[in-house]
Design a protein around this ligand. Sequence first.
Ligand code: UVW
Length: 317
Amino acid sequence: MTEVPNMEELLKDSPKNWGKWGPDDEIGALNYLSAAEVLRGVSQIRSGEVFTLQRLIGDPKGDPVWPGRTPAEKTMILDESSWDVEGAPQFPGGLHYADDKINAFLQGSTQYDALGHVWYGGQLWNGYDARTTVGGLEKASVAPIAERGVVGRGILLDMARFRHKDNLDKAEVFTHEDLMACAKSQGVEIEKRDILVIRTNFLKLFFDQGAAFYEGFCEPGLVYSPELVRWFQEMEIPNLVTDTIANEVTFDPNNGTALPLHCALMRNLGVTLTEICDLEKLAADCAADGQYTFLYAAAPLKVSKASGSPVNPLAIK
Ligand code: UVW
């Protein structure tokens, strides 16, 4: 069996955008989303219909999460029963109220990854030292992305429908060429600086299969190639949004590495990743009216030094 290369070896000739937006940059390819790009997104709006792309946190049917993470635990702190017993807070006028909290992985639902979320070779996005992650991300945390917001032209690439399937299968892969062919079949073209929103409907299997979903875990998705990375670079793609947990085929079938596109796209090019979206209503609507582009708008929560945070992106058609 051939040995799995380390990421430094695999990506030694892979392009980098380090320094392109200055030595202190923490938002990477989101710099491509200029005011003109916001207006290009706005120009896609036809009906004013709004789609929210976040999954429910605390879904009674379960929350799909990356292996090793656990779903959010939600606890009621105060509800009407709190006043059945002594010790509940008393307010002039007799006000009662509900209060609750969650204990959750910041990347345990629909989320933005910070650019500093993954690294190899001791360096993260823009060349920052990996030691800057110790105790909290001093550099390239999710907070600068949250501060800026993400707005531009979104394009849905419905790979499941393109392949005439309910959902893509475990470990099924596709390339940038497939994305272009998918767009063509939808009567649309991927343009420079588009926010790519890719539907696989793979997480349907999480809800269909229960615990068996995690057996031999390998999500479907984009697969690494030098050509694909160059295409993202030339197309100036700012943001890759999908409905899977980790936005790419989990283990690369060609070289055995885990999540090489997190490294090549996020760490090296500064492409932001948005994961675990629910694209079902949006996809049904796009299939019905044939309009696959829209205004995409999202802002993760402003969490200090965090490696990611929840988000409820909007697609407005
Ligand atoms: C990992 O990269 C491990 O997780 P995520 O799915 O949040 O990107």
